[in-house]
Design a protein around this ligand. Structure first.
Ligand code: ZN
Length: 140
């Protein structure tokens, strides 16, 4: 059911401050920057081969990313697993006793459908299931 690690989400205080490390030191191509108003974040995607890095900058203090940084500091926030038929995967997870943060998929960056699994159900990792509907943008 899992296609690949689609991306790794990294919480940062400032994209402007952090991006040069990725684009100049690591020399990863920047795929785009996008604001996801529903999540109150600004997101930058970098291409690291088959996988992407998703830098998440909070837009304000209400953002879950702002709260995360306040509690744990900057760093790895989640791992995103690419799936097909996300509704079915969510159902399957629930049948296996996994607690979902999102019981219905929501629209994330790049128009992907996403649903997070609760870290209490996954031995401490915040996993995101994500599905790219139709438009196979190398993004999100
Ligand atoms: Zn993500």
């Amino acid at each position: 059911m899992i296609k690949k690690v689609d991306h790794i989400g990294i919480a940062v205080k400032s994209l402007d401050k952090t991006l040069p490390f990725y684009t100049e030191v690591l020399q990863l191509p920047l795929l785009g920057i996008e604001e996801v108003a529903s999540e109150k974040v600004r997101v930058a995607f970098l291409k690291a081969g088959e996988t992407k890095l998703e830098l998440l900058e909070p837009l304000n203090k209400e953002s879950a990313i702002a709260k995360y940084i306040e509690k744990r500091g900057e760093g790895i926030h989640h791992v995103a697993l690419r799936v097909d038929s996300i509704e079915e995967r969510i159902k399957e997870m629930k049948e296996k006793g996994i607690r979902m943060i999102n019981e219905e998929p929501k629209t994330g960056a790049g128009g992907a459908l996403v649903a997070f699994m609760h870290p209490k159900s996954t031995e401490g990792i915040l996993y995101e299931l994500c599905e790219k509907k139709g438009m196979e943008r190398d993004h999100g």
